[in-house]
Design a binder for this molecule. Structure first.
Ligand code: ADP
Ligand code: MG
Length: 323
């Protein structure tokens, strides 16, 4: 069991940003309206995520830290219609296998709080606690018991860069949630969570970039598409300004990147990339999110059709701007 957790941990917990991703996704799944992320030393000494979501029932908190105990997958068919972000029940046990974790949670159903402490897979505390509704998970000393993994960590700047990038994307993906991100006592992000994506966009890329965006809307029997793209003259030197959200999940997709670049074809100076936020909705059976444990890559069942639809919708948005 311990070994299985460490092996799973190697897949799920590659670096501090992977922990942030899993914890924040859990907070989103819990229906939170505020999510606060506190990081110290690039996440190697502390990663803390506090939410005001539905909480974990006192009697379930222990099982949440055991492998697959909570898996939401009832059959392999379910893998193709997953709605919540988490589904493997692997993240918490994996994180707890390679760090010192304290989880304090109070659930809306019972109103009872519980503190659970687990270090390197060993349970240290499981006791009643006073806590506001929601969940507060602190992950300290990541990789303290896997020194080989620790050696691979880059500089604090690199690690916080990955974390900030991820939290920014999730904030863009969920403009209805108020996010904060602090690192070593400086605030890196704050969104107000009023549901306005332009507002979230402004918090991340600045107000003037947000003002210069063009709205995108697309309708299709299988897909709906909305979002914002930059004018061809408002571009960036890399692809990092492209955020694609599918059914609430921030993903990376070669197919959609192709569609985006194709829509801008001939409009962009060489080696320039647009700022893009796209939200795509589709029936969960049309995508497979189970390609990789980190769940960043997805596979679409009708790639060519989707590429065409996204490209057309973007070209329309860009075309309107030219006259
Ligand atoms: P998964 O998200 O794949 O189900 P996790 O290991 O990430 O697995 O979490 C295990 C379970 O613990 C979740 O299914 C959920 O029931 C509970 N849980 C974890 N984090 C939270 C949270 N922030 N708020 C409420 N419940 C949570
Ligand atoms: Mg999860």
């Amino acid at each position: 069991e311990q070994l299985a957790n460490q092996i799973a941990a190697g897949e799920v917990v590659e670096r501090p940003s992977s922990v942030v991703k899993e914890l924040v996704e859990n907070a989103i799944d819990a229906g939170s309206s505020t999510i606060d992320v506190v990081i110290e030393e690039g996440g190697l000494t502390l990663i803390r995520v506090t939410d005001n979501g539905q909480g974990i029932d006192a009697e379930d908190i222990g099982t949440a830290f055991f492998r697959h105990a909570t898996s939401k997958i009832a059959s392999s068919k379910d893998l193709f219609r997953i709605a919540s972000l988490g589904f493997r029940g692997e993240a918490l046990p994996s994180i707890a296998a390679v760090a010192r974790v304290e989880c304090v949670s109070s659930s809306e159903t019972t109103g009872l709080g519980r503190r659970y402490v687990i270090e390197g897979g060993v349970v240290k505390k499981d006791e009643e606690a006073n806590a506001p509704q929601g969940t507060d998970v602190s992950v300290r000393d990541l990789f303290f018991n896997t020194p080989a993994r620790l050696k691979y960590m880059k500089t604090i700047q690199t690690e916080i860069g990955h974390i900030a990038d991820y939290v920014n994307r999730l904030a863009l993906a969920h403009p209805g949630i108020a996010f904060t991100l602090r690192h070593n006592n400086s605030q890196l992000l704050r969104t107000i969570g009023n549901g306005d994506r332009v507002q979230a966009f402004a918090a991340i890329y600045g107000t003037s970039a947000a003002k210069a965006m063009l709205p995108v809307e697309g309708e299709h029997p299988d897909y709906d598409l909305s979002g914002y793209i930059s004018k061809p003259e408002q571009t960036r030197a890399n692809r990092n300004g492209i955020t694609v959200v599918v059914n609430g999940r921030y993903i990376r997709s070669f197919v959609i990147n192709q569609a985006i670049m194709q829509a801008y074809h001939t409009l962009l100076p060489i080696n320039r990339y647009p700022l893009v936020v796209l939200e795509l909705g589709m029936h969960p059976s049309l995508l497979d999110v189970n390609v990789h444990p980190s769940k960043m890559e997805v596979r679409f069942s009708k790639e060519a059709e989707l590429r065409e639809f996204v490209e057309q919708s973007l070209a329309k948005a860009l075309g309107k701007q030219r006259h």
